[in-house]
Design a protein around this ligand. Structure first.
Ligand SMILES: [Zn+2]
Length: 706
């Protein structure tokens, strides 16, 4: 730690700036020259200078060439080019000075063997179940190497039944059907993509008695209703099909045959029926070309206005006249996945790890998902490698994680996190995730304790298309982090292990319908997504600063005011959801948190300067562990693998987060008063523990509670 020359006067100034003027300062001076966590003016100046050199080494042309190479062929789990990419990435990281290795796990990955979808009555129609080659786009012609459209982890099945339209297949849609006196029992449902994790659709269909589930892309969502279709425009043409996993991620991610432990070669495997996250009925995804004859065949009542899609038909629910047969069979193989793990050892705190990850597998060629985020991350790592070759070494250890098997079930990241859980619980300071990146606005979500730190970074990076910072383009008054549900590799770190997390990327412009289709390729990316890799570079700058500041900070930049603010908001929301419950424990816990957070802020401002260098260092080594105290080893009801009691994917939303999920979902599911009160108590205890930990960070307050 470079603390020897610090004067306490400067410390007072720094923490006054950081904790009093906070977001206002960032809005006024986008290039704040005193990054949070850098104590002396000298160390701050050195960091700013380092970041300038870091920026100057970022190379958009390299990112472009890497994307071209990485997406040359399909790169799903088990594909030849997937492994070739892992070897290529590993060799690049080695050439940049990282201690890199390929870490393998052996995971259950089903691939399709038989796919049949037939309309049998009142007319006959056999679904195409395939996408169309575009003459001007050679990537779309790699038919032999592509996985055909399917929903991974659908069980094998051969079912015939009446067809019924269920809109998005959400809970409220089944309530609407119930109110209309319509049951899906023994029937096959057809639901449109959107509004939920796709795995929620077959789950709810099964819970309501359906025997099969078809998911289709309505042109209303990302087809002609939104704009020109491929190849003229970026939206879905009539044959495009979204692939994707239907495993129940909100219950657990990772290999369903090794729940809670690593999928090593000799790991024992459970029977799939024993894992609650496996879908129970056969599922298939289709295009709007294939959906149209099915929907047309439905009789009965016209569906409600909000259920109408953009096909030129009146959408009906189904009177029983349309009958379909759905047959799917899969190869249930155990195959290797290849994570690349590349370390750069820290000089002063080698046992404090800054983790940075993005996945490398895709459903097909994967230019946007995930390679747009991956090349930005590789750009960062290459630049960091050059700083190292110029003589710089980070204070803490930096670990780049290039995950395989994200698409089926966050396989690579979850198995690695489960494998190294003990070490990670001890060493991991932060996990920083990226995935798809296009252009537009910066989005970020994660731990509220990192909000102040991240806001300053967002206000220090210039938007490539506007003459303002990427932070200011979002908001003039400080950057707010969103709540994380699931959908990318942060989940095992954030919600299972309790590691402080940030997930970020640019989006809003460059929309399209290529997601998980053969059209998510280099040609499409260069035409419609982020043609000059300008926002890829901006992402490197934002995520790279996050890595470099965390790795170099004199004092780890955690701050707790936003957590208190958020929990207060959640508490007010929950009280509005139900009045019969006993919120007193939560009120008490919040009061305790309020006191601790205020005392900590005062401590940073007024007393930290008087501490010795070794005391500051010791404090820094404790502060990141705060995040662990948001977890409870018993986990959430029905989601026991999820240990974070403040943030989880909703059981019936998936991507969408539920805040204070134990309490909120119990109320939403109309659980008994005693169950809701029990969950209020549990989360209150966690908040009390968290407050006590903050007090532990303040020397004078230590032991006050004993
Ligand atoms: Zn992805």
């Amino acid at each position: 730690m470079n603390l020897t020359f610090i004067g306490s006067f400067r410390l007072v100034i720094l923490f006054t700036i950081l904790t009093v003027t906070g977001s206002k300062l960032f809005a006024q001076s986008p290039d704040a020259d005193q990054p949070f966590g850098f104590i002396s003016r000298e160390s701050a100046a050195r960091q700013i200078e380092l970041e300038k050199r870091f920026d100057s080494e970022l190379n958009r042309n390299d990112m472009d060439q890497w994307m071209k190479r990485l997406t040359a062929f399909p790169i799903h789990v088990g594909a030849l080019h997937n492994k070739s990419n892992a070897v290529f990435i590993d060799s690049l990281f080695k050439s940049w000075g990282f201690d890199s290795e390929i870490k393998e796990y052996y995971v259950l990955f089903p691939t399709p063997k038989v796919r049949v979808l037939d309309l049998i009555a009142p007319k006959k129609y056999s679904a195409v179940l395939g996408e169309k080659i575009i003459a001007t786009d050679p990537y779309t012609a790699q038919t032999e190497m592509q996985l055909p459209p399917y929903n991974a982890y659908s069980p094998d099945g051969d079912v015939t039944g009446q067809l019924i339209y269920v809109n998005y297949g959400l809970r409220e849609d089944y309530e609407t059907l119930k109110a209309m006196g319509i049951s899906v029992k023994g029937k096959i449902v057809i639901a449109r993509y959107g509004k939920s994790w796709r795995g929620v659709k077959p789950k709810l269909a099964y819970e309501h008695g359906a025997i099969g589930c078809i998911i289709y892309s309505d042109p209303f969502g990302d087809g002609y209703y939104k704009g020109g279709v491929y190849p003229e425009g970026p939206f879905k043409n009539r044959y495009a099909v979204e692939r994707g996993s239907v495993l129940d991620w909100p219950i657990q991610t990772g290999d369903p045959s090794t729940p809670g432990y690593a999928s090593t070669k000799k790991a024992p495997r459970v029977r799939l029926e024993e894992n609650a996250n496996m879908p129970k009925i056969p599922v298939i995804p289709i295009s709007y070309h294939d959906a149209e004859p099915l929907l047309k065949a439905l009789g009965g009542e016209v569906a409600p206005d909000s259920w109408q899609g953009a096909l030129p038909i009146a959408y009906r629910i189904g009177s029983g006249q349309a009958t379909v047969r759905l047959k799917v069979q899969f190869n249930w193989d155990i195959v290797p996945v290849y994570n690349v793990i590349a370390k750069l050892r820290g000089k002063f705190n080698p046992d404090e790890w800054v983790l940075r990850g993005n996945h490398h597998d895709a459903w097909v060629n994967g230019a946007t998902d995930p390679v747009s985020g991956l090349v930005a991350m590789m750009g960062e790592a290459q630049s960091i490698g050059r700083l190292v070759s110029q003589g710089w070494t980070p204070n803490r250890t930096i670990v780049y994680c290039i995950w395989d098997g994200e698409e089926p079930a966050l396989l690579g990241s979850t198995e690695w996190a489960e494998d190294y859980a003990t070490t990670l619980e001890k060493n991991a300071v932060i996990y920083i995730n990226t995935d798809n990146n296009t252009r537009g606005l910066l989005y970020a979500g994660g731990s509220p304790s990192l909000e102040k730190f991240f806001s300053q970074i967002a206000f220090s990076v210039k938007d490539p298309d506007r003459n303002i910072s990427v932070g200011k383009r979002r908001s003039t008054s400080g950057f707010r982090l969103g709540a994380l549900g699931t959908g990318s590799d942060y989940t095992p770190f954030y919600q299972h292990l309790g590691i402080a997390t940030l997930n970020m990327g640019f989006r809003g412009e460059g929309a399209g319908g290529e997601y998980h289709t053969i059209y998510d390729n280099y040609t499409v990316f260069k035409r419609f997504k982020d043609p000059g890799f300008k926002y890829a570079k901006a992402l490197s700058q934002v995520a790279g600063r996050t890595v470099l500041r965390m790795a170099n900070a004199d004092f780890l930049p955690f701050e707790f005011t936003p957590l208190y603010r958020n929990i207060s908001t959640y508490s007010t929301q929950l009280k509005k959801l139900g009045e019969n419950f006993d919120f007193q424990p939560m009120d008490n816990a919040l009061q305790s948190l309020k006191n601790s957070v205020a005392a900590y802020s005062t401590f940073l401002k007024k007393r930290l300067p008087d501490l010795s260098e070794s005391e500051i260092s010791a404090l820094s080594s404790m502060v990141f562990r705060s995040e662990r105290y948001l977890t409870d080893s018993a986990g959430l009801p029905g989601q026991e693998w999820y240990k974070n009691l403040l943030y989880a994917p909703g059981l019936y939303t998936g991507y969408g987060a539920k805040t204070v999920p134990g309490v909120r979902q119990a109320i939403e599911q109309q659980a008994s008063v005693s169950i809701v009160n029990r969950e209020i108590k549990r989360v209150s205890n966690v908040i009390i523990k968290y407050s006590a930990f903050i007090d532990e960070l303040i020397p004078g307050k230590r032991g006050e509670r004993n």
